[in-house]
Structures are given as structure tokens and as C-alpha cells.
Design a protein. Structure first.
Length: 737
């Protein structure tokens, strides 16, 4: 009509103009002239609106108060009109200004759209169902991840208790690939988020995620307290990954991961046993006590979930990906990937407060408790400053870092709740430090010792070099094994020290350790057979009359030999003082830890005399022995202060001393054992009854200490161990020779 009014004002309006408008609007020419007259006289170009009842803001508020119940609003309006003084007939006919119920319903349908009507009864959540949403433009892989937690409505068995698992996972928005997931049997916290992110940031190539991973350019999450915690944001900041929290209670803003939650529930969780949202054939709630299907174990549920994740990434196709799988879309994207630093990934799941703490003799104090580790041996009390990091909600163990350099020092566990393995590791470290010091002191003592040549004339003796400075040819000569019979020549004397260590009741401990073999140098000196060699080593030198029938070792007196070995000839009892074993400059690989009887005559049972041995090689060496060492050990017991032989036996068997190990740490009793410088091999040798000289008892054998503090009063125990398989010879001696 505005165009016709302009033409009329200019005097150019013709009937042809009106007829053209009538044909375009599909009305008659008379109707067009009537519209033009109404526009000229009334100033309106639209149809005249009819007077009708409308929903005012006041009525809209009444409808919201009654949750969209129009009948309740109508009753309220009638009651108010009646209270104002109107007659019942006028109120019923609507004369008093109250519309009829049908009029009110028509006004609600006409003035309120479906979303507004749904909001009156269901609130904002119901109103959003009628909204339209935008879509984010397509991006590239690792441009953005979305993370969320999903409550799994499936009961699983965890240690006899039914629990509902929670899944925390992350998905790549461009390829719909699941990059990482973690499951907890309870409400997840920061540790579950960090565990899932650690999987997402790494690319292992195996497992359900395959090559999908590496740091993303952005992580989009909701405003959950754990997602926005300083631990999670700081961990992602290490890889320069920003965290973008969306508006609260707006799941549409992270629709990719919400769609994953919906698909997992419909495609996986609904098919599992003990699914709580299964439809029923009655109106009553389902009685779970009558469910005969056994629930899944937590481990079985994890396996099923990981298999489904692998299926989602490698086999499931999507229309949004043009019929490709997420893995195919990931591999088809040429966007370069940045590998995460493994050193940063290792510490990714750790949380720290940044405080500096001191390493004391009690360990590291954190949260009013002390934590210790075997690596702390030798470092306590030196003023070392450290920082503590830990896995959230796991306070049984912490990780310790140097405060100055941030270098990793090692783990630490609760000092008052250490496991047997942790206590054993601490003891081994202490013993290793003790052995290292002992070796250093022994080496220093040998270097301080000065030697001179023997002279046969009145002249000044010539000073010799250290035993470690001998020529290579002489060292090779000294390592040759003994061959052939030799004349008798006494051994050189050496030092020994005393050590009181733990062992069986009534045992006394010691000190001197030696590892060596009879050498050609000793043969040249005329050294002959000695009593501390195994039976088969001296058999070719013993006179024929001294061997018992059938090659059985002889015993002392007439008592039978027991315990796997034979005693020494009776004629040697009481004769010959103990002779020093070992040679200077030879590494000490075996020590007598303790010896004595674990069952004295006043106790029940047969008394036994046992020698407990500890084998530990020198630095940069290792020993390989085959246990048990049958017929490989010779033991001699001499009286103190140069006294004669009290007991002795050859061809004894050395077994693993199981009482010196924890149940899970003991080496195999039968088989090959390899011992390094940081290990201990505990052996025990039992002296048979026939090894004691006539007239002596087991109590006399272990009671040679006069009660004073002089070590010379103690008995002298000499042990020689020869492993025939490797040709290794180990010697050890206790007491003062």
C-alpha cells in the first residue's frame, strides 16, 4: 500500500497499478481500492486486529507460580473477582473481567511458544529442549580435547562389595578419537584426571589407544572442582596446554564428550549384567535381590571397557567423519604432532606443595609423619634440602626431589608402616655401606704395611713394593690352581678382627675374611697338605692306609659321622695350633657371621654346632655358585691361645641359611645363585657328631671363652669352601691366630 500511496500523492496512480497489485496479492481490484482507502484515512497498512484476551506479564507470573496450571490460575482469578464484590452470574459470564477457561487456554497457546510453555513446568532444562544450537567449525587433530566424567550405571564386584564405577576420559574433537581414560570404583578425583591425561599425552603405539595422543592445543572441560584444581592446571601448564572451562551446567558447550557418554551408555553399558536402567514389565521398581546374574568383577569390567575403547577408535565409523573410523581420520590428518617429554610424563601425576624440607635421621617429615627410603642411607643429617611430590590421595608413598636442582632422589615410604621387603632393602643398603667402608679400611691398611726382603748376610734388607704392585706375570702365577703333592710348609700369619653379630643362640661372631687358591708360589715354598682342604683335594696326597673302606671319610674316634661329612683323623686331635688362612692382597669374599650351638645339652633334642657364613664379592666382581654346595666345605675348630684341634670335618655341605632371609627374598635352595657386590648369600654348615674329638662335648666346644674380654680366649674356627664346578676357593677364619 505504501507504493500506491506514493503514486497517488504524485498524481501518477492509475487503475493498471491497482490491478497489478491485486493480481500479485491474489485478491480482487475492489479489495485493493478498499485497502488504499483504509491506509489513506486510518493510516494503517495491515489488517485491523480484533480485540482479544492476551497473556500479560502478571498472568505469566501467575502461570509460573502454578507451574503452568491454567485451571488453577483461572480459579484464582474467579476467587479474586468474587471477593471484589461482583455477582456470581457476572463472574461466570466474564462480565467482571475474568476470561473463561477456554479463552485462557487459547491465550496461553497463542502468546507462549512451546519452549516457554515447557519452562513453566520443567524449568530451564525443559526449555532448552526446544532451543536450536550452533555447530563449531571443523578443526584439525589435537586442536582441542574435551574431558568429562561418566557415572556407569552398572554394579561391579570389588572385593565382595558392589560398587558403581566412574570413567574419566578425554576425546579429540576433530577426529572423535578417545585419547585416554581412567576408571575408579568411586567418585573420581584429581588422581583419576591426571592418570587419564597421562595416557592421552603419551603415544605408546600399543593398547586400546594406538598412536593417538601427544599434547593438545586446548583442553575444554566443565567447571568441576577437580578439573579446575591447581594440580590439574599446573600439570597441563608444564606442556603449555591451556585449560578452557565452559559455562556451568551447559553440556551443549562440550557436546563431543557428552555424545561419547551417551553412546557408551547405549552401546556398551546397557548390554552388561547388573545394568540398573533396564526396562521392567511391571510398574514396581526392579527387585535386585532376585537377580540371578552374577555381576562382573572390576577387572573384567576394565577389560570390557578397554576393548570397547579400542573398537571405538579402530572399527566404529561415523557419518560426521565421512564414514571413516577415528583412527583413520587421525592418521589422515597431516597436522604435525609434538611428542611429550618422557621425563615430564613421569612426574605428571605427582602433586607438590612447593615447601622445602630437611632430610634428617628420621627421614622426611610430611603431613606430620616420617617417610624413609633405602637410598637415604648416608645422606641424613647433612642439611640436604628436598621437596616432596605425591600422587593425590595416595599418602603411603612419596617421591623426593632435590630442592636446589629438582633432581629426582628416590621414593620414600612410611617409616612406621614399612613392608618386610622395604625393611629388607634398607638393611641391605646399610650392610653394603658397611662392607664398602670395611674394604676401604682394609685396602688402606695393606698400603700402609711395609715389607722387606729376607737377608742371609749382615746387610740392610731391601724394601718391597705393595702386594698390589706385583708384576702381571706374578699375578697370573698366583692365580694358578695347586697341582701335585707338596712338602709341608707353614702358612704366613695374618690379621683378624672380632665382630659380635646376630646369629643362633649361644653363637659368637667374627671377622677375618679371605678368598684365594693354593698357588704355584706356595708350592715353591714347600707348603704341604693341610687339614682345612676338602677330601677330594687331598685324596691324592694322603697315605693309602689313612683312607677308609669304599673311600668313605674317616671320623674322630669311633663315633659315626653325620650331617653329610666325615671327621678328621683321630690322631690329629689336640695337635697343631690354628694357622692363618688367606694371603695379603686377595679380595675378601666370605666371612663367618656367627657360630655356635642352637640347641645346648640342657635343651631338648640333639645339640648341633653350626657355622653361619656370608658371601659377598668385592667391587666389580660377581660369584656364581650352585647350591647346595655338597661335599665342598671343610671346618676346623681350634682352642684359643694356640691350643690344639678340638673338632673338624671335611666334605661337608653348605646350604642356604633360610632363617636369615625374609620368606619372599630367600634364594632357591637348589640351583645356580649369582652374587654381586650389593648382595649377600647366607650359608650355614653343620658340623657332624663324628667331628668332635674324643673327650670333648658340644658344650665344651662352644664354651672356650674364659669370660673375659680378651679375643684370644675364643675358639678359632676355620672354614674352606671349594666349588668344584667353577674351581672357586673361599676361606674364612674367626678368632685370633
Amino acid at each position: 500500500m505504501s507504493r500506491l500511496l506514493v503514486l497517488e500523492a504524485q498524481g501518477e496512480l492509475r487503475t493498471e497499478h491497482a490491478r497489478l497489485v491485486a493480481s500479485g496479492a491474489g485478491v480482487s481490484l475492489r479489495t485493493v481500492w478498499r485497502w488504499l482507502a483504509a491506509a489513506r484515512e486510518e493510516g494503517r497498512t495491515q489488517a485491523r486486529e480484533r480485540a482479544r484476551f492476551t497473556i500479560t506479564p502478571e498472568l505469566h507470573a501467575r502461570l509460573a507460580r502454578w507451574c503452568g496450571n491454567a485451571a488453577a490460575v483461572h480459579r484464582e482469578l474467579l476467587a479474586e473477582a468474587g471477593a471484589a464484590g461482583g455477582s456470581e452470574g457476572d463472574v461466570a459470564r466474564g462480565v467482571a473481567g475474568v476470561p473463561s477457561l477456554a479463552t485462557l487456554h487459547r491465550a496461553v497457546r497463542r502468546d507462549l511458544n512451546p519452549g516457554q510453555r515447557a519452562a513453566l513446568s520443567g524449568g530451564e532444562r525443559a526449555r532448552r529442549r526446544s532451543d536450536v544450537h550452533l555447530r563449531r567449525p571443523p578443526t584439525w587433530r589435537n586442536a582441542c580435547w574435551e574431558g568429562d566424567r561418566k557415572h556407569v550405571p552398572v554394579e561391579v564386584d570389588l572385593d565382595g562389595e558392589l560398587v558403581f564405577p566412574w570413567v574419566t576420559w578425554f576425546i579429540d574433537c576433530a577426529t572423535n578419537a578417545i585419547t585416554g581414560a581412567a576408571v575408579t570404583p568411586h567418585q573420581p578425583s584429581r588422581d583419576a584426571i591426571l592418570a587419564a591425561l597421562r595416557i592421552a599425552l603419551s603415544r605408546d603405539g600399543d593398547g586400546p589407544y594406538g598412536p593417538i595422543g601427544s599434547p593438545s592445543a586446548l583442553v575444554r572441560i566443565d567447571r568441576g572442582q577437580d578439573f579446575l584444581s591447581r594440580t590439574v592446571t599446573s600439570a597441563l601448564a608444564t606442556f603449555a596446554v591451556p585449560v578452557y572451562p565452559v559455562q556451568a551446567y551447559q553440556p551443549r558447550l562440550k557436546g563431543t564428550v557428552e555424545n561419547l557418554n551417551r553412546c557408551a551408555q547405549r552401546m556398551l553399558f546397557a548390554s552388561l549384567p547388573s545394568y540398573t536402567h533396564q526396562p521392567t514389565d511391571t510398574t514396581r521398581p526392579r527387585d535386585r535381590s532376585k537377580d540371578t546374574t552374577a555381576p562382573l568383577s572390576f577387572t573384567a569390567f576394565m577389560e570390557i571397557l578397554l576393548d570397547w575403547v579400542a573398537w571405538w577408535n579402530t572399527e566404529h565409523t561415523s557419518q560426521a567423519l565421512e564414514g571413516r573410523t577415528p583412527l583413520a581420520a587421525w592418521q589422515g590428518d597431516p597436522t604435525p604432532l609434538q611428542e611429550a617429554d618422557p621425563a615430564l610424563l613421569w612426574a605428571f601425576t605427582l602433586e607438590g606443595d612447593g615447601r622445602v624440607r630437611a632430610l634428617t635421621t628420621s627421614g622426611v617429615r610430611w603431613r606430620s609423619r616420617y617417610y624413609v627410603g633405602d637410598w637415604m642411607t648416608g645422606l641424613a643429617g647433612a642439611g640436604i634440602q628436598v621437596r616432596v611430590r605425591h600422587v593425590p590421595h595416595h599418602d603411603h608413598e612419596i617421591e623426593v626431589f632435590d630442592a636446589a636442582t629438582d633432581a629426582y632422589l628416590g621414593p620414600a615410604h612410611l617409616a612406621d608402616a614399612a613392608t618386610p621387603e622395604q625393611r629388607a632393602a634398607l638393611r641391605r643398603t646399610r650392610d653394603a655401606e658397611k662392607r664398602r667402608l670395611s674394604r676401604a679400611l682394609t685396602a688402606a691398611s695393606r698400603r700402609r704395611r711395609e715389607r722387606y726382603t729376607a737377608v742371609t748376610r749382615a746387610e740392610q734388607p731391601r724394601r718391597l713394593g705393595s702386594s698390589r704392585n706385583t708384576s702381571p706375570a706374578r699375578r697370573r702365577l698366583s692365580r694358578r690352581p695347586l697341582a701335585g703333592p707338596t712338602p709341608v710348609f707353614p702358612r704366613r700369619m695374618g690379621r683378624s678382627s672380632r665382630h659380635h653379630g646376630g646369629g643362633p643362640a649361644g653363637s659368637r661372631g667374627i671377622a677375618s675374611v679371605h678368598d684365594g687358591r693354593r698357588t704355584d708360589e706356595e708350592v715353591c715354598r714347600g707348603r704341604g697338605p693341610v687339614l682345612d682342604e676338602p677330601e677330594d683335594v687331598v685324596a691324592h696326597r694322603r697315605p693309602a692306609g689313612r683312607r677308609s673302606p669304599a673311600g668313605r671319610p674317616t671320623g674322630l674316634g669311633e663315633r659315626p659321622a653325620t650331617g653329610g661329612g666325615g671327621g678328621l683323623p683321630a690322631g690329629e686331635c689336640g695337635k697343631g695350633a690354628a694357622r692363618q688362612v688367606g694371603e695379603p692382597g686377595v679380595s675378601h669374599d666370605m666371612v663367618i657371621g656367627s657360630y655356635g650351638s642352637d640347641n645346648l645339652p640342657r635343651m631338648k633334642g640333639r645339640p648341633t654346632f653350626k657355622v653361619h657364613l656370608t658371601v659377598s664379592p668385592a667391587p666389580d666382581r660377581s660369584l656364581t655358585l650352585r647350591t647346595p654346595l655338597a661335599g665342598a666345605v671343610t671346618v676346623q675348630v681350634h682352642a684359643g691361645r694356640g691350643g690344639g684341634l678340638l673338632a673338624g670335618a671335611r666334605s661337608l655341605t653348605a646350604r642356604i641359611d633360610e632363617q636369615m632371609y625374609d620368606a619372599s627374598q630367600a634364594p632357591p635352595a637348589t640351583g645356580t645363585v649369582r652374587v654381586t657386590e650389593d648382595d649377600f648369600l647366607r650359608l650355614v654348615v653343620e658340623l657332624p657328631d663324628g667331628a668332635i674329638c674324643p673327650g670333648a662335648t658340644m658344650a665344651d666346644l662352644i664354651s672356650m671363652d674364659s669370660g673375659g674380654n680378651d679375643a684370644a680366649d675364643l675358639t678359632v674356627v676355620t672354614v674352606v669352601l671349594v666349588d668344584r664346578a667353577s674351581g672357586l676357593r673361599l676361606e674364612a677364619q674367626s678368632g685370633v691366630v
